[in-house]
Design a protein around this ligand. Sequence first.
Ligand code: NAP
Length: 524
Amino acid sequence: MTYTKIRRVSDALGLVAIAAARLLPLPGAARQMGTLTQLKDIGLFHSQGLIGGRWSDAHDGRTLSVNNPATGELLTTVPFMGGVETQHAIAAASEAFPAWSRRTAADRGKLLRKWFDLLLTHKDDLGRIMTLEQGKPLAEAIGEVTYGAGFVELYAEEAKRVCGDIIPSPYPEKRIFVLKQPVGVVGAITPWNFPLAMITRKVAPALAAGCTIIVKPAELTPLTALAAAELALQAGIPPGVLNIVMGDAVEIGAAMMASTEVRKITFTGSTGVGKKLMAGAAGTVKKISLELGGNAPCIIFDDANLEVAVKGTLAGKYRNTGQTCVCINRVLVQDGIYEKFAHAFVKAVSQLQVGNGLENGVTQGPLINEAALLKVENHVQDAVSKGAKVLTGGKRHSLGRTFYEPTVLGHATDDMLIFREEVFGPVAPLVRFKTEEEAIKLANDTEFGLSSYIFTENIARGWRVAEALEYGMVGINEGLISTEVAPFGGMKQSGLGREGSKYGIDEYLELKYVCLGNMKQTLP
Ligand code: NAP
């Protein structure tokens, strides 16, 4: 039997044993097994970390629970790993690095392409796992699989385009070359809101460049990451090239920071944690890229096409129940269109369907946890206490748990919490403005600078305002701007570096200048 077959058979057997050992003593075990066996390919379900190609438990046997936010159901438990396991993973990634980085780019690209194909083949199962652990509607989850797989396809192709340079030398006897080489072992830490795409957006360029990687997915959503890792192994990506650890975030992060073998940290998550990692990376002067929080303005000008503005704002605000870093946080609406926009927008928002993401027609899932719900409630209470009017929603949903009604607030102002901080939930505050200059000032009045949106039919205004906005990304007459082919990232305290597109691979490469001297000027 080949390595892959042995692993798959033992995993399939192991899955039952592990699930039985961990789940049967717990209440509702039959239901848990039932949910998990809904997958078409049960081999995608893993509840162990991946270190050096082996599915592994925590050294001390500790585990953490993974629950469905829509129902509260315990889905499974996964190892609660820490510094020890992270060091093992770093050792595995270091061992795998020389062989992986020496493979030809074309060869690495072929394996990534196989991984892409497998991700798409299994998109329904991956989507289902994602909905179960994260709560987003199934169609949206499957959409994320396609989006996330897109990074793998893109970098399968880009691997072959990592070209160096020859620079005309100012010295007759010298030649100047620039090589691009993989940075080495990478540590990646990712959030729960995009359980697949935030991982492939890092892993695919790292592997294409010739790096090896240790990924720490969010503790709330490890199962999608583990399923994707299973498919990477099936694609033939060698053991140790991709490793997954989860558990004690602080210990895992500290082990990555302390290691001199880890040459690069790539993080997506909150600005607070990003700052800690940036400080930690200083100890060993690691390369670092950060995709952090946002506070996206959406400016609706009087000359906007109302239908386009409502559709775009709806998509840009309520996707993933408002839990994305590029979600619209503040809707700035010009005086002349304010009433018409508010009326049409509220009508559209009231039609959103809230529920369990596995049910047909649902467009709004639950918030990820109670803390997220409390933050939303706090922002709404603060806004109302300062004069905002609830135009629709404004309270917990009758479904209970962490469901919240899609909400629109009128008469919002810049002294409200919701204007200053990411609400990360389904609440849109409408802020009235008079002039273009005022809108730009309001939009830039934040320490964040990730995404921004403009709705106008005036091309010159669109360009002018896009140039004035201090944001890494601008959508003009468009609420959905994420795509693997465009550079994603922020200015100011929203981050450092870019992911996706032809630029994203640079984060995983070192430039090496080679000078060749003693060149003879005449033929011998
Ligand atoms: P978070 O609390 O910063 O967590 C993100 C990741 O960091 C998780 O894996 C978490 O682990 C880990 N972590 C937490 N504390 C850590 C520490 N001290 N050292 C090392 N790792 C640590 O963010 P979140 O609440 O999951 O995600 C929401 C935030 O992410 C929002 O601000 C959102 O805007 C931002 N985000 C940004 C982008 C972007 O591309 N710019 C994309 C998506 C999300 P545990 O889960 O195990 O605690």
